[in-house]
Write a protein that binds this ligand. Structure first.
Ligand code: PEP
Length: 248
């Protein structure tokens, strides 16, 4: 596994061309922290421009279709993302699982499509508040990891995969998971990865996501088993996102 912290911004459905100035500011600021791997996932409409104009950052998509091409109106394939200059794609975000009914099996197929296109892939998992309150958080997340993980050929492929643990109740709510709970969950995810992948398991990075901001980033990123962060709201401005990069 790379020891470089991996900090990824997810712009969700935010960003028109004027926002590329913010991405350029993030690129300039991130240049002061070469030890941190920084990625930004804008909406599809900005992927190509960001990849061309902000080349020192990794550009990512927020979803991809399982097929390379075909009759799938409104969808974008991993191969198209790669052709537009993307380096990675996020799959299985809880907003897609919720809004589009995405299942673990579909997320796995998307992750495999991403790897086949030469992209890195960030696979999102996370429990709801009801599942946590019922004491089922670890079982739910371990099941999602096992069901969403692509069949990996070797450690090289595993190094292109990250799992983002994003408790659903912490996304966009300002409510962040306790560091002890994050450590416990990342440990549980690590065990599932080791069980599924053997020696390649530790090559998969495990990120935390859910209301990460300048104030809580340092503690979260210093926690055992946390290899980086997936950041939503706080990735929309250079000021707040760079504070998280600096904390890494
Ligand atoms: C996300 O959407 O992946 C996320 C973590 O959002 P936020 O940081 O806004 O909670």
């Amino acid at each position: 596994m790379s020891n470089r912290p991996y900090i990824v911004g997810n712009w969700k459905m935010n960003g028109i061309r004027a926002m590329l100035a913010e991405a350029r500011a993030i690129e300039r600021g991130a240049g002061r922290y070469p030890e941190v791997q920084v990625g930004l996932a804008p909406p599809f409409t900005l992927v190509q421009a960001m990849a061309e104009q902000v080349g020192a950052l990794e550009t990512g998509g927020q979803d991809c279709h399982v097929a390379v091409k075909g009759a799938h109106t409104g969808d974008i394939s991993a191969a198209m993302l790669a052709d537009a200059g993307a380096h990675f794609v996020i799959v299985g975000h809880s907003e897609r699982r919720r809004d589009h009914g995405e299942t673990d099996g579909l997320v796995k197929a998307k992750a495999e499509a991403a790897l086949a296109a030469g992209l890195g892939v960030i696979i999102c998992v996370g429990e709801t508040l009801e599942e946590r309150d019922a004491g089922r958080a670890e079982a739910v997340v371990q099941g999602q990891v096992a069901g969403s993980l692509p069949d990996l050929a070797d450690e090289g492929q595993a190094a292109k995969v990250a799992v983002a643990y994003e408790p659903v109740w912490a996304i966009g709510t300002g409510r962040v998971a306790a560091v002890d709970d994050v450590v416990a969950m990342h440990g549980a995810i690590g065990k599932t990865l080791a069980g599924a992948l053997g020696e390649a398991g530790p090559s998969v990075r495990i990120l935390y996501g859910g209301s990460v901001n300048a104030d809580n980033a340092r503690d979260l990123l210093a926690a055992e088993g946390v290899d980086g962060a997936l950041v939503g709201g706080a990735s929309l401005t250079a000021e707040s996102f760079l504070a998280i990069v600096a904390a890494a």
